[in-house]
Ligand binder design. Structure first.
Ligand code: ZN
Length: 265
């Protein structure tokens, strides 16, 4: 193989990360809101537009609001389900699915609830904050998928989807503010992180638990972390590679570098 930085027409940073991916035994990706921004999903923390411009999601998407005021809760969440359900994955999601297909990526650990990794073809996805796959009835355990939930919202006089078995108010399969994180998903993510020798942190500022701790588990296990995000993170100083450009440009650049390295091998 040629020396580092030897590939003509390839960004040396992309080549460096490509070499780390190809040389690693176990690679995992950790993704946040930034990977879905090119799909048209604004970061939860950036100011919303339209009818939700004056709504603080941190306040409405709270388990207490679901309990006390399901009508207000579902007016917001029903809109969110409908919008997110229509969104398509972008080339950054596709790049991760492609790496997994080639056997170069073990899993995607994600904070996102938008199902875009699954839609792009990723198979091993650990959803740390749940997803918009549907809703469930905490009273009896009955489940409704996304289409059924949207249908129930549409037909309910007050816009609140209720359990078709017992009449209880449905709760989205999403971790709400004030909810516990799903222990099984957190445990799986921690195990993937601990045994990875390379963690690709993509589109996350890595400040919210549990994603803030996952790169540390990889580092403690002797692995390396690479960061692909425009924002600063607490791991910038210890990252083996730091890519701060557009997430689609950076990831497609890394895939191109991997292709070139394989050709020249
Ligand atoms: Zn029920």
């Amino acid at each position: 193989m040629p020396d580092a930085g030897a590939l003509e027409g390839i960004d040396p940073r992309h080549e460096r990360l490509a070499r780390l991916v190809l040389g690693a035994r176990s690679v995992v990706a950790l993704t946040g809101a930034g990977i879905s921004v090119p799909s048209g999903i604004p970061d939860f923390r950036t100011p919303a537009t339209g009818i939700w411009a004056n709504v603080d999601p941190m306040e409405v998407a709270h388990v207490d609001v679901w309990r006390r005021d399901p009508q207000r809760f579902w007016a917001f969440y029903g809109h969110r389900f409908a919008v997110l359900g229509e969104v398509e994955p972008n080339p950054a999601h596709a790049a991760l699915a492609e790496l997994e297909r080639r056997g170069a990526l073990d899993a995607v650990l994600t904070q996102n609830i938008d199902l875009l990794h699954e839609k792009a073809g990723s198979r091993e996805v650990v959803e740390l904050h749940g997803s918009i796959a549907g809703a469930h009835c905490p009273a009896c355990g009955h489940r409704a998928d996304l289409a059924e939930t949207l249908g129930l919202i549409e037909t309910a006089v007050d816009g609140v989807p209720r359990c078709t078995a017992c009449g209880g108010v449905l709760k989205p399969d999403v971790v709400l503010f004030g909810d516990m994180l799903p222990p099984v998903a957190v445990d799986r993510a921690e195990r993937f992180a601990a045994r990875a020798d390379l963690m690709l942190c993509i589109g996350s500022s890595l400040v919210v638990h549990p994603v803030a701790d996952l790169p540390l588990r990889t580092l403690r296990g002797g692995g390396q972390v690479a960061i692909v995000t425009t924002s600063e993170t607490p791991y910038d100083d210890v990252a083996a590679v730091r890519l701060d450009g557009d997430v689609v440009d950076e990831l497609t650049g890394v895939i191109a570098a991997i292709d070139r390295l394989r050709e020249s091998a």
